[in-house]
Ligand binder design. Structure first.
Ligand code: DX5
Ligand code: ZN
Length: 229
């Protein structure tokens, strides 16, 4: 099941993934319809626990609620201290790709294997200050690497270009690995991320602060097309 969804996610790239963090949670059904009408192929869900990051968002009930109103693959970004504690409930709620932070765990390879065994695809994320070498033990166990271009926790932060060098290095060392970037992605930064080899571009403010989501995503897509990889 998740392998099919992983193929959908892979085949979506290069693609913009709206981040459900700055959306209207009071009217999620309409937000989902607007995003689908705008051509969204994959949703990015930001789960924060108020412990790993100093912000608190949502958990399984929202993931499950989104699943009931959308068939789109769900890429769930776990910004939580104990990803394995909530991994199975997240898969049961409908998560297709579960991404945990390497900074949160002791043995990232083991965490990745356990998540895979639950039937989900697996990603590992790293914050701007975390060196790529932190991924050495798990790169062969994951489907995707999420390179953060802001410190995980809040939307609307400024893009940190350290992410570009990490993407380029990963693209060179692991050409088949799916690469995602998250944080401060907008019309000015998305082309450089594409040029560095990125496949999936998580976008919050640059979509949800616009009135016309379709126009915002189309403009971002045009910049991706211009940022030759
Ligand atoms: C930040 C989240 C992001 C966030 C991006 O911790 O992981 O997904 O929503 O928002 P922008 O695009 O506004 O930086
Ligand atoms: Zn995110």
């Amino acid at each position: 099941m998740s392998q099919d969804k992983l193929e959908l996610i892979r085949n979506a790239g290069p693609s913009v993934l709206p981040s459900l963090l700055l959306c209207d949670f009071g009217d999620l059904k309409t937000e989902l319809a607007r995003l689908e009408d705008a051509g969204t192929q994959v949703l990015h869900l930001d789960v924060m626990d108020g412990h790993f990051v100093p912000n608190l968002t949502y958990g399984m009930p929202i993931v499950e609620g989104i699943r009931r109103h959308s068939d789109l693959p769900m890429d769930v970004h776990l910004m939580i201290s104990d990803p394995l504690r909530y991994a199975q409930p997240m898969v049961d709620a409908g998560a297709d790709l579960l991404t945990f932070h390497v900074e949160a765990v002791e043995d990232a390879g083991e965490v990745a294997r356990e998540i895979r065994s639950m039937g989900a695809a697996v990603g590992v994320a790293l914050n701007p200050d975390t060196d790529l070498s932190a991924l050495d033990r798990c790169l062969d166990e994951v489907d995707m690497v999420l390179v953060m271009s802001v410190n995980a926790g809040f939307g609307g932060q400024a893009f940190n270009p350290v992410a570009l060098a990490k993407l380029a290095a990963l693209k060179q060392s692991h050409p088949d690995l799916l690469l995602e970037i998250d944080g401060g992605i907008n019309l000015r930064t998305i082309g450089a991320a594409r040029a560095a080899g990125c496949d999936l571009f998580v976008v919050g403010s640059a979509i949800f602060k616009q009135d016309d989501y379709a126009a915002a995503i189309a403009a971002l897509d045009a910049e991706i097309a211009g940022g030759v990889s």
